[in-house]
Structures are given as structure tokens and as C-alpha cells.
Design a protein around this ligand. Structure first.
Ligand code: NAP
Length: 514
């Protein structure tokens, strides 16, 4: 059993009670009363508040955290253990004591006596707010030596997503109730997937204001975005890997589609910083732990080339398109852990263009097209357009990159200085110019835009960029980046699941989020 638990970080008993009822209403199964947050804490104050929380009918962990392990107020040890003992006597489901304090004879004796005559269970906790533990297994085993009936709780700060595998490993190994998680942005997946890996507790905050640790997800997000209620040990995991990923709409659209198809799957953002070595290490960590049950990844900056190199290195399958573009945005883990790599930006961009124009791909033949940018998305767009026989000219800030890309795909290139005199039927912006927060910028002067043109902006946040606004004003046909985003995600969904995604659900989610 995993309890969805909201920490209560109130400074007064009334506020604590109102946070506890809000948590219950939001779907929490337990609250952690962080009594160290209460101002001027006394045993009487605790007794009174705790009786009121119990009447609200919700399970409880009572904690009075030592300031050296993240406690809010610096209360003396004697008061802290008195609070825990009172909680044990008056009906707490769990009390949480720091392992470091429990090893002190006065604390362990006092608490053991209090626990002996109650049904309350002891959580022994250890926190490292700076880094992962050097030997996490030793910490965990030490707790069980100190009190064999304890629920070990080991919490550390992940410096990289690769630090999360130690937490998963401990939860996987455990033969008892335990809580193991990593804090901070790099540790996010240990929080979201706590229920899948059987942690006794999945912590979620009511909102950012009442969060008690870095990286806590809100209970609303946990339930609505990450499908908490339907998650179980068999849930297959997908995610977006790259840096940054926090802005990505992919978790929202894939999770909504998993939900609509009643699939036991979840999609999470995975911040994967670093270079090829870190990327390879992440993939090896996944490969070595079949039981994690990862099913695939969307791949974003800066790992699109790393994903292709890794797939080739381990003898996986890379589709021809992805190899030609030299970038992979989709990795699917199939039968026998076989890794397959795809580039769905290619199909996504082409679908967006031809469907919005109301033509088929063959009709792009000989059409003059200006592609602005020479990065990853440009590669996919140029590959698609040249395959269709369009006459492509690449404009880029760094001319040498435009030249290189043009030579790879046998097309033309030009300097950004020449953009004011471009002559094309279709313009495709593949730079980040105009993307939020740079919403008042456009990659070209409005005077270039004509009624006869089709203007495709791959930027999808905002949904209508300045370039698209200006193109509309000039009477041109416009293709928003959202279209490409939806079509590439639909392709991805099929690679992940073998099923067709529900386009209307994806559109609805994107519309709501933008
Ligand atoms: P990338 O590989 O980093 O390439 C960025 C390109 O933009 C480069 O050509 C760069 O020129 C140019 N650029 C950036 N800032 C510029 C500036 N201030 N002035 C002139 N040129 C500038 O990025 P990417 O992966 O190709 O992504 C590009 C954009 O595509 C993203 O920003 C995103 O909005 C969009 N995108 C859309 C979708 C979708 O599904 N709709 C999917 C992925 C990405 P230099 O070569 O000179 O640096």
C-alpha cells in the first residue's frame, strides 16, 4: 500500500487543520503533520490540534523535525520526542524520528517505551540535503539494525537523474515498507513513480506555498497529470529526456491519451543534463534494470544525436529517416529490450504542412521553399521537403551551418542578410525566434510576407507567433507549430504503444495548456 500523503506546514493549529481538510478533499490518504512548523509549539498545543485532526478522519504521520535535518523551528530534542511520544499515545499511524537522533540512548529508550503500548509505527528517517548518500544501503540497513520494526525513510538530493537509480534499487530490493526518494528537480521521477515502486508514502504538496521539500509535486498534478489513481507496480513508464523538459507539453498529451485508452502507462518529464557520457549512462541504467519497465522516450535537446549514436552502438534499430537526419526524437523499448530509434519531427512537419495546405506531398515538387535555421528541426524539415522534391534554400545566422546542411541535402543556402529579398512560395521558421518569452520577435521583416505565400512557424509556444500574426495580416496561409507538435506526438504514441492516438484529445490538451 502506498499512501498519497500531503505534508502540513502550518504555523498555527487552525491553519494546520484547514490544510489537513484541504488535503483530504484533494484526495490525500494521509497527512504528515510537520509540527516543527508550528510557532511556539507545546505539548498541550499539539494534543489539542492532533485531536481535531483525528476527528477529520485522515491517517497521520507526526513529525517534529530536527532543524539539522530540515526542521523549520529549532525546538529542543526533549520537546521533539515528547511530541512523538504523545502522538504515539493518542493515535498517530506513524511517527517519524531522525535516525541520527534515534541512535542516542535517551531518545531510543523514550520512544521505544512509547511505541510498545501503541499501534503507532516508527519511521526512521535520514536526509542528505546536499548530495546522494555515499552508501545508501548502509544507511538503510543501519536503521533496521537500530529498530527492526522501523519503516526506513532515506531521502537525498539528486545531482543528476542518474542518482535516482539508487532509490529505485532500494525500493525494488526491499522486503518491507520503506520510503526512499530523491529531492530536487533531478529527483522528480522518484516522487512521481513512488507508488509504482511500492514506497509506503508518495509525498505531494497542496500547492507550492505549502511544499516542505524541493521538487514536491502538487497533489492535483499527481492525480490529474500523472495518473496516480491508476498507477500500480505493472505500470509501464515513458518520458521525455532532455534539458530543459519542465516546459514540455508531452507529459500532458501522452498521459491524457494513455488515460483515454485505459492503458496502464504513465509519461514523466526526465531532466537529463550533461553530454553523451551522461546520456549513455542513463540508458545503461535503464537497460540494466528490466524491472523498471521503461517503454520508451521522447528525446529532446541536447540528446537527439546522442540517442542515435547510442542506438547504433548497442546494435538497436534506427529507421532510415532518423539516420539521414542524424537525429532521433523517439526511442521505443520493445520485446527483449530491443531499442528502436525514430524521428517523428520529419513526419510531423510534413503532415502539418500538407494537411494545412490541403495538398499531398507530391504537390510540393519544385515549389520554392525558404527554411530559416539549420538546427535539429531544420534537419527534419529539410529532409522532408527535399524528399518531396521542393526547391529548398536554407537561411541561417551561422552561415557555415546553413552551408553544411545544404550540402548534405543537395539544396541551396543563403545568408540571413539576404532574407529581406527572399523569393519563396513557402517559408518555414525552424529557429527559436518568436518563442516564449521572446514573443515580440520575428525571424524576418513583415515586408517579405505576401498573400500568395504559406508561412509555417515550427515554434508552438505561443500558439500564434508574431511571424504568424504578420503572415495572416499579409493575407498568407499560415501553419502553426502546434500542428507539427500534434502530428509528431501522434507518431510517437504509435511507436510507444502500437495504437493510434486520439487526435481530438491531443488537440484539446494542447489548446487548454497554451
Ligand atoms: P537548435 O538545434 O538549437 O537550432 C536552433 C536554430 O535557431 C539554429 O539554426 C540557430 O542558429 C537559430 N537561432 C537561435 N536563436 C537565434 C537568433 N536569436 N537569431 C537567429 N537565429 C537563431 O533547435 P531546434 O531543435 O532545431 O529547435 C528550433 C525550434 O523548433 C525550437 O525553438 C522550437 O520552438 C521548435 N520546435 C518545434 C517542434 C514542434 O513540434 N512544433 C518540435 C521541436 C522544436 P545558429 O545555427 O546560428 O545558432
Amino acid at each position: 500500500m502506498t499512501y498519497l500523503t500531503v505534508p502540513i506546514s502550518a504555523s498555527t493549529p487552525d491553519e494546520a487543520l484547514s490544510q489537513a481538510s484541504a488535503a483530504k478533499d484533494a484526495g490525500a490518504q494521509m497527512v504528515e503533520l510537520r509540527t516543527d512548523y508550528l510557532e511556539n509549539l507545546t505539548v498541550d498545543m499539539f494534543d489539542d490540534m492532533f485531536a481535531r485532526v483525528l476527528r477529520a478522519g485522515i491517517k497521520t504521520i507526526v513529525t517534529c523535525r530536527d532543524s539539522s535535518e530540515g526542521g523549520q523551528n529549532d525546538y529542543p530534542r526533549k520537546l521533539r520526542i515528547q511530541i512523538l511520544a504523545r502522538a504515539a499515545h493518542t493515535g498517530a499511524d506513524f511517527v517519524d524520528c531522525e535516525y541520527a537522533n534515534f541512535t542516542k540512548p535517551d531518545v531510543s529508550k523514550f520512544l521505544k517505551d512509547a511505541l510498545e503500548s501503541s499501534k503507532t509505527r516508527l519511521i526512521l528517517s535520514a536526509h542528505n540535503f546536499k548530495t546522494p548518500f555515499k552508501d545508501i544501503e548502509a544507511v538503510y540497513d543501519g536503521m533496521l539494525m537500530a529498530y527492526p520494526d522501523a519503516v526506513p525513510k532515506v531521502v537525498y538530493t539528486a545531482k543528476h537523474v542518474n542518482d535516482c537509480f539508487a532509490a529505485f534499487g532500494l525500493l525494488h530490493r526491499k522486503d518491507r515498507d520503506a520510503i526512499v526518494l530523491a529531492m530536487g528537480e533531478h529527483g522528480l521521477i522518484t516522487r512521481i513513480l513512488a507508488k509504482k515502486f511500492g514506497s509506503l508514502v508518495c509525498f505531494a504538496c497542496l500547492d507550492e506555498k505549502t511544499a516542505t521539500a524541493p521538487g514536491q509535486v502538487s497533489i492535483a498534478q499527481m492525480k490529474n497529470l500523472y495518473r496516480y489513481d491508476s498507477m500500480n507496480s505493472k505500470t509501464q513508464v515513458f518520458g521525455i529526456i532532455g534539458s530543459p523538459v519542465s516546459h514540455s507539453k508531452s507529459p500532458a498529451i501522452h498521459n491524457a491519451c494513455f488515460g483515454a485508452c485505459n492503458m496502464n502507462r504513465v509519461y514523466v518529464p526526465i531532466l537529463l543534463k550533461g553530454d553523451r557520457l551522461e546520456f549513455n549512462r542513463f540508458m545503461e541504467n535503464v537497460k540494466d534494470r528490466h524491472w523498471l519497465n521503461f517503454g520508451g522516450f521522447s528525446v529532446t535537446i541536447p540528446h537527439k544525436e546522442n540517442a542515435l549514436a547510442y542506438t547504433n552502438h548497442i546494435g538497436g534499430f534506427a529507421e532510415e529517416q532518423a539516420s539521414k537526419i542524424a537525429a532521433v526524437n523517439t526511442l521505443a523499448i520493445g520485446f527483449n529490450d530491443r531499442l528502436s530509434a525514430y524521428n517523428t519531427d520529419y513526419a510531423g512537419a510534413m503532415d502539418a504542412l500538407v494537411k494545412t495546405m490541403g495538398i499531398d506531398k507530391a504537390q510540393l515538387e519544385h515549389k520554392p521553399v525558404a527554411v530559416i535555421g539549420a538546427g535539429g528541426v531544420s534537419r527534419a524539415v529539410v529532409a522532408g521537403l527535399t524528399d518531396a522534391g521542393a526547391k529548398v534554400t536554407i537561411y541561417n545566422r551561422t552561415l557555415s551551418r546553413a552551408k553544411k546542411l545544404a550540402s548534405e541535402f543537395a539544396c541551396h543556402h543563403a545568408s540571413m542578410d539576404d532574407i529581406a529579398s527572399l523569393d519563396a512560395e513557402i517559408i518555414v521558421n525552424c529557429t527559436s525566434i518568436g518563442m516564449y518569452p521572446d514573443v515580440n520577435s520575428s525571424p524576418l521583416p513583415a515586408s517579405v510576407l505576401k498573400k500568395t505565400m504559406v508561412v509555417f512557424d515550427t515554434v508552438y509556444n505561443p500558439a500564434e507567433t508574431l511571424l504568424l500574426k504578420q503572415a495572416k495580416k499579409a493575407g498568407a496561409k499560415t501553419v502553426p507549430g502546434v500542428e507539427m507538435f500534434i502530428y509528431q506526438a501522434m507518431e510517437q504514441f504509435t511507436h510507444f504503444t502500437g495504437e493510434k492516438a486520439d487526435e481530438s484529445i491531443m488537440r484539446g490538451v494542447i489548446k487548454d495548456s497554451l
